[in-house]
Write a protein that binds this ligand. Structure first.
Ligand SMILES: *Cc1c(COP(=O)(O)O)cnc(C)c1O
Length: 398
């Protein structure tokens, strides 16, 4: 029996939202998630004290090179906890890039400290070490480099500057699960690394996050803060320091465990597909790929980013994106403005922060999701063909 036509049309449409091959892979892998979820369900311990949580923390910490891993409710509070553990608050400044998700700056605001925006590099879209250095004042306490899209920030230079100026480095590794800088896992290089497991990230439990640190005292502080000031081995109603409840649940850890097992092979797949896309885009008029720096020895591939800088007057980025979408390419929404030009900063001195590279990125960068990079080479071919088609039409029509 054949499916009614409207259903098959719908199916074809859905294919691009959840590509068929990916769906197949997801179906296979979900079996493992299902097993882990049932294990937690039947254990009766569903909350933060679930064995699955301890297992995930141990495994993710060891994946990051034998670090302490503290799971938390999301990848925004993780940044906030790191800042609080350093005693950062009112009167302090924390340097952040303006081309990132709001969390990087809002976590700073939540502590009462001020986020200070320093521009990004054109080539990587990551915090520029020069801009960082220029933004340091006597009040600066920390810097939060973001490994944007999965490309390592220039950590050698950032760590150098931070050591010289006694700044704490908190890596925002929300896009960086599985990525590396000169062979070292992203999130393991600063005093703190912060990961997100929110729905849109490479590893997800719907919501969730974690903190990484190599320092035992820092780890204990963060753990106590996230667990109402309890300490390891302490009694349930013994509260030693001010804290709150930011615990990840057992169900969330359960679905993260199999994803961690798959992370390495999926990262390699994304790297291969990203290279195919870059090579093709390199040859296209009006498009410009972003090439990874040599220190980015493993790109996490959370986002595939490239520049649209066609000079045809009536053909702008929005039109290009819409045309690609119409061809079935899953183009993502991009940041419409640098963080400092968001309404929240309207009546503040941040409003006038000038970061020309961040401004340019907002008007030029096109973003494709990691799910596309997880797909087959055929899907990459289709994406390339769609770009070529759209560009060839504009040669004619614009
Ligand atoms: C997603 C994200 C976060 C944290 O997000 P949550 O949704 O709170 O987990 C932090 N920084 C960046 C750059 C992000 O993209």
């Amino acid at each position: 029996m054949s499916a009614p036509p409207n259903e098959s049309t719908l199916h074809r449409k859905l294919e691009w939202i959840v590509p068929d091959l990916e769906q197949e892979a997801t179906r296979l892998s979900l079996a493992e998630e299902e097993i882990e979820l049932l294990r937690v369900l039947r254990s009766g311990t569903w909350g933060g004290y679930s064995e699955a949580v301890q297992e995930f923390e141990a495994r993710f910490g060891s994946y990051l090179g034998g670090k302490h891993c503290i799971t938390v409710a999301n990848g925004t509070v993780s940044l906030e906890v790191a800042l609080r553990c350093e005693g950062i608050g009112p009167g302090d400044e924390v340097i952040v890039p303006p081309y990132t998700f709001m969390a990087t700056a809002s976590a700073v605001l939540q502590t009462g400290a001020l986020p200070v925006f320093a521009d990004i590099e054109r080539g990587t879209l990551n915090l520029s070490p020069y801009a960082l250095e220029a933004a340091i004042t006597s009040r600066t306490r920390a810097v939060i480099p973001v490994h944007f899209g999965g490309h390592a920030a220039d950590m050698d230079r950032i760590l150098d500057i931070a050591r010289n100026r006694s700044l704490i480095v908190i890596e925002d590794a929300a896009h960086a699960h599985g990525g590396e800088h000169n062979g070292n896992p992203l999130g393991s290089l600063g005093e703190w690394g912060s990961f997100s497991f929110q729905q849109s990230k490479i590893m997800t439990s719907g919501e969730g996050g974690c903190l990484i640190t190599g320092d035992r005292t820092r780890a204990e502080k963060a753990r106590a803060y996230c667990n109402q000031g309890r300490i390891e081995g302490g009694a349930w109603y013994d509260h030693h320091t001010l804290g709150t409840n930011l615990r990840l649940t057992g169900f969330q850890a359960a679905v993260l465990l199999p994803q961690l097992e798959r992370l390495h092979s999926e990262t390699l797949c994304r790297e291969r597909n990203a290279a195919l896309l870059r090579d093709a885009i390199q040859t296209m008029n009006g498009l410009e790929p972003l090439h990874p720096e040599p220190y980015c020895t493993r790109h996490a591939g959370a986002l595939f980013l490239f520049r649209f800088n066609s000079s045809r007057p009536r053909f702008d980025k929005a039109r290009f994106e819409a045309a690609l979408k119409a061809e079935g390419v899953p183009v993502m929404e991009t940041y419409p403005r640098p963080l400092y030009r968001n309404p929240i900063f309207d009546s503040s001195p941040f409003r006038d922060t000038g970061c020309p590279e961040a401004e340019k990125a907002c008007s030029e960068i096109v973003t494709l999701p990691f799910r596309l990079l997880n797909g087959s080479p055929a899907r990459i071919d289709h994406t390339i063909a769609a770009m070529e088609k759209v560009l060839s039409h504009t040669e004619r029509d614009f």
